[in-house]
Design a protein around this ligand. Sequence first.
Ligand SMILES: Nc1ncnc2c1ncn2CCOCCNC(=O)c1cc(-c2ccc(F)cc2)cc(O)c1O
Ligand SMILES: [Mg+2]
Length: 214
Amino acid sequence: TGSSRPQRILKAVQKNATKGDPQSVISAIDYYCRHKEWAMNVGDDKGLILDSVLTEVNPSMALELGTYCGYSSVRIARLLSPNSKLITVEFNPAFAAIARQIIAYAGLQDKVTIVEGASGDLIPKMKERFGLKSFDFVFLDHWKDRYVPDTKLLEDCGLLRKGTVLLADNVICPGAPEYLKYVRNNPRYESRYYPSVLEYTKAEDGLEKSVFLG
Ligand SMILES: Nc1ncnc2c1ncn2CCOCCNC(=O)c1cc(-c2ccc(F)cc2)cc(O)c1O
Ligand SMILES: [Mg+2]
């Protein structure tokens, strides 16, 4: 049997990036996925928006839902202050295994914890498992119909605090219409849309930033 797309992405990183250099890992994945084969990384266009929101928030505790190959995990972790951490949740064990290797290649393994399982099962266990009070930043990039139930779950589990920033990928393509309705018509959130393009294409997509008001 042949290799998988995530395995080919890992190979491209090992071939073209410099060990311990997160930016070279990001560039190697973007080059491969733009010129060789498309993959569902947040990508370089939306990645610049992710970088700017993350730098503004400067989270101590960050959560990512949907790791895939670890591209956005590397983008996030490379900008975290010392002692700040990223927890990233991935449903697919094969994806998680590749992501672990790509995050390690970037030298960011001490800042990132990959947790395997369904977000809906794992979120209620986060406080006890990681001894954390709340998240400062959440990047939603998993199943688009899980954005609303998992946001409600984060609220109900007391994992959001006044000022926590949620940043959601793909709100246009593939789309998360229920999520946009939920955060935009909700007095507990202050939302703003960042227009961009679907990774490595000219199709419209964007990120929705929502600040939890408590
Ligand atoms: N811990 C968890 N709990 C639950 N579910 C989980 C999970 N961890 C993972 N999953 C499962 C879902 O993971 C991948 C979700 N991402 C996407 O589906 C995605 C799709 C496109 C896309 C595809 C085709 C097009 F034509 C156009 C756009 C683009 C993107 O940027 C995407 O992010
Ligand atoms: Mg995405």
